[in-house]
Design a protein around this ligand. Structure first.
Ligand code: F6R
Length: 352
């Protein structure tokens, strides 16, 4: 059941600390500074990685590929529906990772089968033990988020992001101590957001908007895309996510005082540049909602602040995303949408 929540989506958003703990359990050894993923113990370090996925899982894959690249491994991300092994250079030792919550998505299955036929080693990163992806791939790594009932994916997104970081670290053997400590702290940081979020008030303030924008750079870019997808699915309103730097290359023309812009402003190398993109929005009269761990630095630029605890810059976007899940939930709730079963959508998409 929904354990007292009005919707599975809200229940699952609130289950994230537990889901993340389960994903991490037994896999991180901070003392030895290593990550061990039992499922891939026999997998060699890949020369290159190709992620294939759809929807929310694609956004998690974008994040994961970025982390692999930071670890020094060539990594790309493909929409499964656009992937053709024939047109992608695939050398010796290429690992193709299908990120799929259900393990049943037809587009992702086709891409994995094609990659396998082309000689790649395949790995399913999935939530469902015994799913088609888990059975058909050479390897399967489980994200252990527990069952997700709501059509809109929430808790599985963060777990996929963490699983990708764990997988890369396990395969490469590089473990940054501060990153491992941040992963350990992640469930508590998400809990802090759940306990203190002002997302409901922010949703209330922008209920009338026809369109919502989300911007972020680096690891926050996939989170911006994910927040827009969630908003579209459950509020039925127009929403778009952009790499913050792209705003001035076109979409800024759409920004008026009626376009709330949610800016992911977590500390790190991308903070200052994202803040200057925020100034461009402010100059056009666009309302700015900052999701940030640095409230003092954004003062004067943001109309609303959604605060997140300070943590490692790679992990912070996972926490920031929770604030935006809540914003989309409360907008949809106030608009009376059928949140758990949005029109035209299915939890598992088994046609191409
Ligand atoms: C969005 C959503 C979909 C799925 C996509 C892939 O909230 O749920 O975009 O992420 O259909 O599904 P899986 O991960 O099961 O392959």
């Amino acid at each position: 059941g929904k354990s007292g929540y009005n919707h599975y989506m809200l229940k699952e958003i609130n289950e994230q600390p537990r889901a993340l703990r389960q994903c991490l359990r037994g896999r991180v050894n901070e003392l030895l500074r290593i990550v061990q993923v039992d499922e891939v113990i026999n997998l060699e370090t890949p020369n290159a990685v190709q992620f294939v996925a759809c929807g929310t899982s694609y956004h998690a894959a974008l994040y994961g590929a970025q982390f692999f690249r930071e670890c020094g491994v060539m990594a790309q991300t493909f929409l499964a529906s656009e992937y053709t092994a024939a047109t992608v250079p695939m050398g010796e030792g290429t690992l193709v990772i299908g990120v799929t919550q259900s393990g049943e998505t037809a587009d992702t299955m086709r891409a994995l089968r094609e990659a396998s036929a082309a000689g790649a080693t395949t790995l399913a990163m999935t939530n469902v033990v015994g799913s088609s992806a888990a059975r058909e791939c050479d390897h399967a790594m489980y994200i252990r988020a527990g069952p997700e009932i709501s059509v809109a994916a929430t808790k599985t997104f963060g777990s996929q992001q963490v699983a990708a970081v764990l997988l890369a670290t396990a395969l490469i053997g590089v473990a940054d101590q501060s990153l491992l400590a941040a992963l350990r702290g992640l469930p508590d940081h998400v809990q802090t957001v759940l306990d203190s979020s002002r997302a409901r008030d922010v949703a209330e303030a922008y209920l009338d908007a026809d369109s919502y924008f989300f911007i972020g750079r680096g690891y926050n870019m996939p989170v911006a895309l994910e927040a827009a997808l969630k908003t579209k699915e459950i509020t039925y309103k127009h929403a778009e996510g952009f790499a913050a730097g792209e705003l001035k290359h076109g979409p800024l023309a759409l920004v008026t005082e009626d376009t709330p812009v949610f800016a992911l402003l977590t500390a790190g190398v991308n903070f200052e540049k994202t803040l200057s993109n925020v100034r461009e929005v402010e100059a056009r009269g666009g309302p700015v909602i900052a999701v940030t761990d640095s409230p003092k630095e954004v003062k004067g630029y943001a109309d609303h602040v959604l605060e997140v605890p300070e943590t490692h810059s790679t992990v912070a976007p996972i926490v920031a995303n929770v604030q935006l899940q809540l914003v989309s939930y409360w907008i949809a709730n106030r608009l009376g949408r059928p949140i758990d079963k949005p029109r035209n959508l299915a939890k598992s998409v088994t046609v191409e």
